[in-house]
Design a binder for this molecule. Structure first.
Ligand code: ZN
Ligand code: MN
Length: 152
């Protein structure tokens, strides 16, 4: 994603504005979430950083992700099994495609959904403040591998 650097700058600015100190660990967590390539879970972020920061605890990762969520700098995708995933690259509502076999999550093209939201506002009179749209299925790789969905 080419806006990763901008997103990182925005996140850092926002946290500093709120009086939070920037540590190397915090910055590393922000970097991963600014990119949000895989829509990582807290565990995935921790796994990516534990070699670089051997003294960092999973709780530090959780706390920082909560902070980003509370400040509106990361979107939380909650799942019934508790395996929440995060998007700090696009912290606003947007649809996701979720693979039931491998758990990969991607962002589809957003243009048509902005039109849909506008259409719904016009036809229903609702003032829409947020939405949640998830498409579940099998990603191309899992189709080739003949996987079956495990997350129902
Ligand atoms: Zn898959
Ligand atoms: Mn996303």
């Amino acid at each position: 994603m080419d806006n990763t650097v901008d997103r990182l700058k925005q996140m850092v600015a926002r946290l500093k504005e709120l009086g939070h100190r920037m540590t190397p660990q915090r910055l590393a967590i922000l970097e991963i979430l600014a990119e949000s390539k895989e829509h990582p879970s807290a565990e995935m972020v921790y796994e990516q950083l534990k070699e670089r920061f051997p003294t960092m605890s999973p709780a530090t990762v959780y706390k920082n992700i909560s902070l980003l969520k509370e400040t509106g700098e990361a979107l939380e995708l909650g799942f019934a099994d508790g395996s929440n995933r995060y998007d700090g690259n696009k912290p606003y509502p947007h649809p996701h495609l979720i693979c039931l076999a491998c758990g990969s999550i991607i962002d589809p093209d957003l243009t048509s959904f902005q039109e849909l939201t506008r259409h719904l506002t016009e036809t229903t009179g609702y003032e829409i403040s947020t939405y949640r749209i998830d498409f579940f299925g099998l990603c191309p790789t899992c189709q080739i591998n003949g996987s079956k969905g495990r997350r129902a």
